[in-house]
Design a protein around this ligand. Structure first.
Ligand code: AMP
Ligand code: MG
Length: 346
């Protein structure tokens, strides 16, 4: 199949809408990452998303809307807490899970009795949803397991030949996927951190629990509240180790590793401006004390490591405060949960 590269013009947005209405697949820009969209109310179209990505069947999809009114028909009811949350952070990088209505196809909710809904803030995304005239199911537009794409080129790298079109809307603003919170439990629970922080959720909801899968690895046999969190994810080909500690400790640790010399192509994934003092080839992912620049850069940096042939990567550890929790959560999965403390190790 030939994959069209569409531009961010009225004509091409209308074309994307037509393809989606006809049951096709279009990768679309959003303020978080590129999404692989299909008509959320058409089970056959949604099945195509799973095929194109190689996504496990038990991993449900987020449904995207362009008007608050569309939410009503997708869920059983909208409790006051959910509406307060929507009023505070929608449109924006927040996904809210509630018990689903009967119009949600099985494929979207992957057999669960809930549905995840998001109202994106990027105008182009909303125009595409309007052009399609239906809510759009859209997971990240990467091959399953790879880092999520944050520009049209990365989306094409993964999806060329597999889907009908990619619409180029430039670089994504946040660069990590939305915050996912479920209100289908007695106490609201954060399932995936994103640009809307736990503190911001608590301002509206009061108590919010953080799911165990957010900051660590689920123990064998424990059922994942968010099926996506149990899979290896966001992963470049290189083997990544997150190195906790100061820059000085990181430098000492990498120098010891280099002396060990195993002929592997080693890289450092570090913060802007640190390249000078690290003796390995470096890829940077934002400023040390600025989680938003880190989230914007992280997935591009992971893809760059692959492009440069990295085999082993030592990564500087981000702060886990605020949006940093989302950055750490993604890097932790990219590293297959491999974290060491450089102070103890060197
Ligand atoms: P992605 O589409 O790549 O952004 O991934 C969507 C994430 O939301 C995955 O981690 C899913 O497991 C999670 N998700 C979507 N729908 C639900 C749901 N109904 N219940 C729990 N998690 C969900
Ligand atoms: Mg994804």
């Amino acid at each position: 199949m030939e994959t069209l590269l569409l531009q961010n013009t009225e004509k091409d947005i209308a074309r994307a809408g037509e393809i989606l209405r006809g049951g096709g697949l279009v990768a679309i820009p959003t303020e978080t990452v590129y999404g692989l969209a299909a008509n959320a109310l058409d089970g056959a179209a949604v099945a195509g998303i799973f095929r194109a990505k190689g996504r496990p069947q038990d991993n449900p999809l987020i449904v995207h809307i362009s008007h608050l009114d569309q939410w009503k028909s997708l869920v059983r009811e909208i409790p006051d807490k959910a509406m307060a949350l929507a009023e505070a952070y929608w449109p924006g990088p927040l996904t809210i899970i509630l018990p689903k209505s009967d119009i949600i196809p099985e494929a979207v909710s992957a057999g669960l009795d809930t549905v995840a809904v998001r109202f994106p803030s990027m105008r182009t995304t909303r125009k595409i949803i309007d052009a399609a005239g239906v809510p759009l199911a859209a997971p990240s537009a990467n091959l399953s397991g790879s880092p999520s794409p944050t520009c049209a080129r990365h989306t094409m790298d993964d999806m060329n030949g597999r889907i009908d079109a990619v619409l180029d809307g430039g670089e994504c603003n946040f660069g990590v996927e939305s915050t996912v919170v479920t209100l289908a439990t007695d106490i609201p629970r954060l399932l995936r951190p994103g640009a809307v922080t736990p503190e911001e959720l608590r301002e509206v909801l009061g108590k919010v629990e953080i799911d165990d899968a957010v900051m660590g690895q689920l123990k064998e046999g424990v059922k994942a509240a968010s099926p996506g969190m149990k899979y290896k994810h966001y992963s470049p080909k290189a083997e990544i180790t997150i190195v906790k500690g100061s820059l000085d400790d990181f430098i000492k640790y990498t120098e010891t590793l280099c002396r060990a010399g195993d002929n592997k192509k080693r890289f450092a994934l570090c913060f802007d401006g640190e390249e000078e003092s690290i003796s390995l080839p470096c890829v940077t992912y934002g400023r040390e004390k600025d989680s938003l620049t880190q989230s914007h850069r992280l997935f591009t940096a992971l893809r760059e490591l692959d492009e440069r042939g990295a085999e082993k990567v030592c990564a500087r550890c981000p702060s886990t405060e605020g949006v940093g929790m989302a950055v750490y959560n993604r890097l932790l999965r990219a590293a297959g949960f491999c974290v060491i403390d450089s102070h103890d190790a060197s």
